[in-house]
Design a protein around this ligand. Structure first.
Ligand code: ATP
Ligand code: PH2
Length: 159
């Protein structure tokens, strides 16, 4: 069984309903178990800034599907929700990105995992760490941030 984390975002139409429909489609897939969802975050647009704020969330799934088939499912969900690609990083009814897939590192024409821009996106990292805080501390660390040492307070640190 593979553990995967998906980033979902919407800034066109009824954003909450788009996210609900997308998660419902994932949950109804026979080979996908939706294990956990983050809170919803309203976020300023990153990249192309002349657009409406997004609602973002992260979904933790367990699946037997190979990564490319999971990408197929994500893209089917995008198509069913009428996603149109007009502007890069532009407005969309729904966007589903694969952030992590087990502990795999892969790079093909269609799929790069871990997602190459996840490290620089607070709208991804904050819900990701909400849904699984241990991702910040368990190697290999996907966000490039590794817990190194914790001190009991300022005095202990300065000692
Ligand atoms: N980890 C990944 N998750 C989803 N798509 C990916 C991933 N890696 C590569 N891709 C490819 O990226 C292509 C473009 O995806 P999309 O249009 O959603 O980009 P975007 O959301 O505008 O930008 P960004 O990739 O920065 O989030 C997809 O067709 C897909 O094949
Ligand atoms: N706040 C926010 N900004 C974005 C988002 C997104 O989901 N949220 N998605 C993008 C393309 O993947 C580009 N910019």
């Amino acid at each position: 069984m593979n553990e995967s984390y998906l980033s979902l975002g919407s800034n066109v139409g009824d954003r909450l309903d788009m996210l609900k429909q997308a998660v419902r489609m994932l949950a109804e897939h026979p080979s996908i178990d939706v294990a956990a969802i983050s809170s919803l975050y309203e976020t300023e647009p990153v990249g192309f800034t002349e657009q409406e704020p997004f609602l973002n969330m992260v979904v933790h799934v367990r699946t037997d599907l190979p990564a490319l088939e999971l990408l197929d499912v994500c893209q089917e969900v995008e198509q069913k929700l009428q996603r149109k690609r007009i502007v890069r990083w532009g407005p969309r009814t729904i966007d589903l990105d694969i952030l992590l897939y087990s502990q795999d590192n892969m790079e093909s024409e269609r799929l790069i995992v871990p997602h190459p821009r996840m490290h620089e996106r607070a709208f991804v990292l904050i819900p990701l760490l909400e849904v699984n805080p241990s991702l910040a501390t368990t190697p290999p660390n996907p966000a490039g941030v590794q817990l190194w040492k914790t001190y009991g307070g300022v005095d202990a640190f300065l000692r």
